[in-house]
Design a protein around this ligand. Structure first.
Ligand SMILES: NC(=O)c1ccc[n+]([C@@H]2O[C@H](COP(=O)([O-])OP(=O)(O)OC[C@H]3O[C@@H](n4cnc5c(N)ncnc54)[C@H](O)[C@@H]3O)[C@@H](O)[C@H]2O)c1
Length: 677
């Protein structure tokens, strides 16, 4: 074993060091999260301090108390920076490198370290993976304790995680999940933004986003495939694009080059569009440029527009990163009467007043300072910017642009500040991408963002898994029903090109939209390939929570549920419970993620495939439920695609018996409507 691995192992088994480590000091090589506003009273600050010190042996309390208090007064919460390990690089190491009694536990360590890898995470030193506040843990003591527990646990134990805090190891059995994660679970009446900020500052709750606090983030690749699907289908539905055509000649403007939003740059060029992505944070834009996900970067609004227009005229795919505010770009497009075909937004508006969305006419630095020093002014400027933002979008749309809400709560927050984005009947003026595209075309049929990680860290294994998946999809095409054929064709095209598109950041991971049958066939084939040595080491399966069954979110994943149940969360909760007893290696369920605290409940799983018969049994049982739970619910909501899909699932599996809806004749309702007072 090389030195680096030995140091990593030593650090993990050490847990919280008995002797205080030297403070690593801030490192300017990585981006840091903006400081949060001060929300706690003096008494509450003492409570937060007491909460933090309970992780630390008593002999260090006096020396750490003032350090933690300074952190609280500076960052708005206690991060315990001193405990960030600096003796080894933070990254996914090969599975065998981890000190562990349980292979399953080792795979979770790998995924945790990947989520905190500086190449992968947005603010790695603040333990934030993406989305501005998507946390893996609240502080570095939690990280250290969790890694130590994972290194010690057996397959007869389960680690219980409360919002980043490891409650401990509890006896269980080999078929139980090794880790059960809950993030941000609260009593429903205590789920306001204010509640979150207070509880997080106290160190008792965290925002796990979707794949951050569930250790399933695989870098922006995780969203590239879905974004490509959205762009292609937006153009098919609204610009009359042929099924086999790409987006050459199509102009697209959006914003955000952060964790997820960075995917737009890559997806736009994969789809063939000419695209500008405005990003106010220079570091974020440069990171995407260095990764090769942006073709070019400019600070000039006019240069960005001119380049987009001329590239579209030549039919060239280009992704232009504009370091600047999206609102200033839209207003300039209005002024210059630029024709934009597709428009969207991926600023972090799920978190508008804590640094997710920056006011216009200010530099990023000015805004960040204002946020911590004058949060009231920051709030006001954000609201004014949002009003301008919506106004410019409205003008562009009136001139022919197709705009969609990209699951970032743009319409919700714009409506909250009084922008003209609401129709007379209370619905939003623009569709959410799920309502229009992802829901009816993908989720209703069970297609969603399936993913896997090769724990060897060997790109050859990833290449082999890509080939396996392509073979499975090709075979599925032979007898695919007409209403899912195009999706399988798109997904096959994606997986064939995925290697060439250099999408890997961090672990050797792949995303592929697939339905229940596809997911299980691919997993089964990979499990066999692990058993016969074609793939050198186990593979972790997972998915984004942003999926068919994992998420109840009325303005996003369940936006196309129209039977009045879009505000219920039974599906997401049932999903996690069902995954847990059908063989998941770990499960998680979160309040908040994507669209904001209190606005969504979402869950997911991780599953280690090690080539064994147990893996085969678990994948068959769990993946089937993990998809069909949501398809069944979507069918019950009378979504036509889902009704077809669940019938097909029942034909294939006689033990599946789903309650299907009897559709009411529209004429009968019209008749009754006429008689209503
Ligand atoms: N499209 C999807 O499928 C999908 C999936 C998950 C999440 N989302 C949502 O998209 C949003 C972005 O996610 P993320 O992970 O990229 O978040 P992020 O915070 O990492 O990135 C957002 C970026 O927007 C930039 N920004 C903020 N205000 C701006 C402004 N006015 N002008 C220009 N740039 C500005 C920020 O500097 C930041 O880099 C979130 O709300 C997230 O929930 C979308």
């Amino acid at each position: 074993m090389d030195d680096e691995v030995l140091r990593m192992r030593a650090s993990i088994v050490e847990g919280i060091p008995a002797v205080l480590p030297a403070h690593p000091r801030d490192d300017d090589d990585v981006d840091h999260a903006p400081n949060r506003r001060q929300i706690l009273s003096n008494e509450e600050k003492l409570l937060a301090l007491e909460n933090a010190l309970r992780y630390i042996p008593i002999q260090h309390h006096r020396s750490l108390a003032s350090e933690f208090l300074t952190e609280l007064n500076t960052y708005g919460r206690i991060i315990m920076r001193r405990f960030r390990p600096i003796d080894h690089p933070m990254k996914a190491y090969p599975l065998d490198a981890y000190p562990a009694k349980s292979k399953q536990a080792a795979s979770i360590m790998l995924m945790i370290q990947n989520n905190l890898d500086p190449d992968v995470a947005q603010f790695p030193h603040e333990l934030i993976t993406y989305g501005g506040n998507g946390s893996v843990f609240q502080n570095w003591a939690q990280y250290r304790l969790v890694m130590k527990y994972l290194s010690e646990m057996s397959d007869e134990q389960t680690l219980v995680m409360y919002s980043g805090h490891p409650l401990g190891l509890f006896p269980s059995h080999p078929d139980a999940p090794r880790v059960v994660v809950t993030n941000g679970m609260v009593i429903p009446n205590y789920s306001s933004q204010e509640d979150y900020e207070r509880m997080n500052a106290l160190g008792v709750s965290q925002y796990g986003q979707m794949t951050a606090g569930s250790y399933m983030y695989i870098g922006p690749q995780g969203i590239v495939h879905g974004t490509t699907i959205t762009l292609l289908n937006a153009a098919r539905l609204h610009l009359g694009l042929e099924d086999s055509a790409d987006l050459s000649g199509v102009t697209f403007i959006t914003s955000g080059l952060g964790g997820m939003s960075g995917a737009q740059a890559k997806a736009a060029t994969i789809a063939g569009a000419a695209c500008i992505i405005a990003e106010t944070n220079r570091h974020a834009a440069e990171k995407r440029y260095e990764q090769g996900w942006l073709t070019t970067v400019t600070h000039s609004v006019d240069e960005a527009i001119d380049t987009m227009v001329s590239s579209a005229e030549k039919g060239e795919a280009i992704s232009i990163g504009l370091v600047g505010n999206i609102v200033e770009l839209w207003e300039r497009c209005v002024e210059r009467e630029i024709k934009v075909d597709l428009g969207s937004d991926q600023t972090s508006l799920h978190n508008p007043y804590q640094g997710g969305y920056f006011p216009a006419d200010r530099t990023y630095g000015e805004s960040a300072t204002m946020l911590s020093e004058n949060p009231d002014l920051f709030r006001k400027e954000v609201q004014l910017t949002l009003l301008r933002h919506a106004k410019a979008i409205n003008t562009m749309s009136e001139r022919g642009m197709y705009f969609w809400d990209y699951g970032n709560a743009f319409l919700l927050e714009a409506s909250r500040v009084g922008a003209d984005v609401v129709n007379d009947d209370g619905t939003f003026r623009y569709p959410s991408y799920v309502e229009d595209i992802m829901g009816p075309l993908c989720f209703d049929y069970g297609f969603g963002p399936y993913r896997w990680v090769c724990t060897s860290g060997d790109p050859k294994d990833l290449e082999r898994t890509d080939q396996i998946a392509a073979t499975v999809l090709r075979e599925m095409l032979d007898d695919a029903p007409a209403n899912v054929r195009q999706q399988i064709v798109d997904n096959l095209r994606w997986i064939k090109q995925a290697g060439k598109n250099n999408l890997v950041v961090g672990s050797q991971a792949r995303i592929l939209y697939a339905d229940d049958v596809g997911r299980r066939k691919i997993a089964l084939a990979m499990n066999k390939a692990i058993a016969n040595g074609e793939i050198s080491k186990p593979v972790v399966l997972g998915r984004d929570h942003h999926d068919v069954s994992g998420t109840d979110s009325p303005y996003r994943e369940t936006a196309n549920i129209r039977d009045g149940s879009m505000f219920t969360a039974d599906m997401a909760i049932q999903n996690v419970i069902g995954d847990a007893f059908r063989g998941a290696t770990w499960v998680s369920v979160h309040n908040g993620g994507g669209v904001g605290w209190g606005e969504v409940i979402n869950g997911g799983f991780g599953m280690l495939l090690d080539g064994s018969a147990e893996s085969e049994r678990r994948l068959q049982s769990m993946l089937h439920w993990d998809v069909n739970n949501g398809v069944a619910r979507r069918a019950w909501a009378r979504n036509e695609g889902a009704v077809d899909a669940i019938q097909r699932a029942m034909d294939l599996e006689p033990r599946l018996q789903v309650t299907v809806p009897h559709m009411v004749d529209g004429d009968l309702l019209d008749e009754l409507r006429g008689g209503l007072p």
